[in-house]
Design a protein around this ligand. Sequence first.
Ligand SMILES: [Zn+2]
Length: 419
Amino acid sequence: MVFSSVMETDSGKSHDHKKLGKELDLFAFSDSVGKGLPLFTPKGSVIRRELERFIVDEEIRRGYLHVYTPDIAKLDLYKKSGHYPHYKDSMYSPIEIDDEQFMLRPMTCPHHFELYLRKPVSYRELPMRIAELAKLYRYEQSGELMGLQRVRTFCLADAHIVCADEEQTVAEIGNALDLIEYITSVFELKLDADYRYRLSLGDRANSEKYYKNDAGWEKAEGLLRALMQERGSKFGEAKDEAAFYGPKIDIQMKNVNGKEDTSFTVQYDLCMPDRFDLSYIGKDGAKHRAFVVHRSSIGAIERIMAFLIEKYAGAFPLWLAPVQVRVLPVSEKHAAYANEVLAALCAANIRAEVDDVNVSLGKKIRNAKTEKIPYLFVVGDKEVEAKTISVESRDVGKLDITSLSDFITKASDEIKRQV
Ligand SMILES: [Zn+2]
């Protein structure tokens, strides 16, 4: 299935994810819950769950260890990591519990480091790729909030890769970029047209904003630059855009309004291994300082959802479509067979439903088209008698398939191929 890129059209307004999200009933906001705190409907949750399954499965396939850590931790933990002074303005106020101060977590890094520290690690276990679909909480000014694009709580596909040496670190940054490029290919995103690489550098003169280690910065920036050159990917450089703990490679993407955001990022850490005493036991039996890479793969689930809603203009590829098939009985007497067809589709893990509302077939078809459902089955006398189906595809019109099992084979293949 080929979808045109909305960014090349001027119809941005009608593809606005906030508008489509409402029309297609994917997510909502409630003043009673609070600004910037999205509520995902059952349909929106299907898309989110599919994206989450996709990324977790893909990362596990690539050697990541998926974990769960708490959404809240002691304020002292973020002071130790150095996040607190740097990101204080975008963190929520501390919560007092039993005379101690806790924070809703703005990032996952220190949680993963503490997990790493639970036992001694041998060089044989490195690189260790600790990943999590992590719920994070950040204060955004209310004027900055925008649908799912900018929210006050989001779920980041985050990971911290602990490495033994510089060489392993650079190789892991390359592997993380491979994963990101694979993800962008699944979403048919093209370098230059849809996204661009940015090497985000620090500023040696600004030791308030960036961790002080001039030689370290020089070296790490050089390594990232050399890696990008070696990969042959076109990239730009931007000074004063690094993380406080090291330089990074950002994947910048434009949303439908043409505004650019960092969607994915891979970062070289010059500071946390010392702060957390992250080490490993080397071949020589001695303790060695470890290296750390921070990276997001699919980015924030909310943000990629906003992007995909706009990109596909709500006409999602089959694997992401909240409802994949709608069965339309012509009249009440065809409802029993329609439900038989529904049961077979559900048993084959295809998300389907029957439209048995008492309206004309024409109206049912129009409704299904407005909702951009990928496949419609019309069930009338002929289909009931012959135990067949009549299929119309959202993208290519009427199909020749009349056997339900042939359709299930075709649809299952399409879902697997994520087209
Ligand atoms: Zn991190």
